[in-house]
Design a binder for this molecule. Structure first.
Ligand SMILES: [Fe+2]
Length: 163
């Protein structure tokens, strides 16, 4: 049986990320790596009221950010882009403010980490439209990250909320 629907071998295309798509995903990658590292720094050095709840909550954020960085980096590889997760690259290009050294109180850590989580969300939202225009599948990954990070920020930030 013959059909004209079959592609020829030569007609089959691989989707390769443009330099712009690669750069946008790289921006998200470094912020997720930095958030994961700052989350651990906070997890180790937080002290004060509700220590244990926040100590454990921070590991949920750490796990989400670390898993998210892996998903973004592997999406880049699937599109033949090259992720750069080296510490020098992360320190030079992340948009997150530096995390303070030494012990921090629980109420201070809540504010510090919530703000940094929203900084990553800002980065994702700022590249989202350009990513969507080129690759909806990568944009779906970004949507999941926005949803999960905003949930984490809410879970952490509620600790300091006064009503
Ligand atoms: Fe731990």
């Amino acid at each position: 049986m013959t059909t004209n629907a079959r592609r020829t071998e030569e007609e089959i295309q691989e989707f390769v990320a443009s330099a712009e798509l690669s750069a946008n995903l790289q921006r998200v990658l470094v912020d997720l790596i930095e958030l994961h590292l700052q989350g651990k720094q906070a997890h180790w050095n937080v002290v004060g009221t509700n220590f244990r709840d926040l100590h454990l909550q921070l590991d949920e954020l750490v796990d989400f950010a670390r898993e998210g960085s892996d998903i973004v980096a592997e999406r880049m590889r699937a599109l033949w882009a090259v992720p750069d997760g080296r510490t020098d690259t992360v320190a030079a290009t992340t948009t997150l403010p530096q995390f303070p050294a030494y012990e921090q109180s629980t109420s201070e850590v809540v504010d510090l980490i919530a703000r940094r989580t929203y900084a990553v969300v800002d980065t994702i939202r700022s590249v989202r439209d350009a990513v969507e225009a080129e690759d909806a599948a990568s944009a779906d990954i970004l949507h999941g990250l926005i949803e999960g990070l905003e949930k984490q920020a809410w879970l952490i930030k509620s600790e300091n909320r006064k009503v």
